[in-house]
Design a protein around this ligand. Sequence first.
Ligand code: FAD
Length: 317
Amino acid sequence: MTTFLAFGEARDGELRILSYETIAAAKQIDENAEVVGVVLADQNTESLANEMIQYGADRAVVVEHDNLKEYTSDAYTQAAMAVIEEEDPDGIVMGHTSAGKDLSPRLANKLDSGLVSDITNVDGGEFVRPIYSGKAFEKKTVKDGLTFVTIRPNNIPPLEKDESRSGDVNAIEVDIKDLRTIIKDVVRKASEGVDLSEANIIVAGGRGVKSEEGFEPLYELADELGAAVGASRGACDAGYCDYSLQIGQTGKVVTPDLYIAVGISGAIQHLAGMSNSKVIVAINKDPEANIFNVADYGIVGDLFDVIPKLTEEVKAL
Ligand code: FAD
């Protein structure tokens, strides 16, 4: 039987949804594989490991250490290598997140392995990944050695949670040392509401929103929809919102069920971050705007008229 490691990602003592997606991906790659959930964190690892099992992992391995409170390359590489050495897996699945993008090539290098990164689907043993900023897809296969992949969040649905599932949880002691970086404090901007990279619905504003205050109606609509707010680089560069909201080639890559692009022209670098969204609605006063070429639904009009009306309609539902 083959063994796959599905790496979870913990944040503030809780698992990100992506963690469960890695388990589903491992099962898609090899339905007969034993899937081992991996939790690297500073606290609560046993209960997080049990959650991984309830979402389909057969058992779990955890490393709990103070130095795993925030992601750092050195600490996480040491912890992950200890798990890999203990388990000697046939495959590894991680999220294509900021942490996963940093950690996976480091591990692949140490393991002398290949790495198929940023996959969105597993199609009959082939890994599907977007290329050229989402304009095309390529398929990759792993012929020998370790099957090591990172998955784009929000593309491979997690398995149904089954609270009756149980399995072994093995805690590994790791002497995490020689750290070149120690994070003493993390200053996070108080983010309201839903995490952008895991949101099912995103309301994104562009330069057409015209000001920081112009974003207010977008936040109101997002609140009603249970959505996250995102932005184009145009809006971030203009100072209307924080760069943590930027979506696109040099921002976050998102795949929500519904993406509402408001006052965004649809530059190729923006499309790179959102064109795989399941349903795209564009609101723009220019009927020739490129965003309409990728939109499933378009509203040609002034966003300051359209958004409040849309919010009222959603409230009335
Ligand atoms: P604009 O192109 O100025 O579009 C504003 C739109 O708002 C227009 O279509 C206009 O018709 C509409 N509008 C104006 N007023 C209204 C109104 N009242 N009602 C309705 N519609 C209105 N961009 C990103 O977004 N993400 C990236 O990650 C990114 N990375 C980049 C990397 C590189 C190397 C480079 C060179 C560029 C990158 N860009 C990125 C920038 C990108 O090329 C565009 O400049 C940017 O996306 C434009 O933002 P925008 O659509 O908000 O602004």
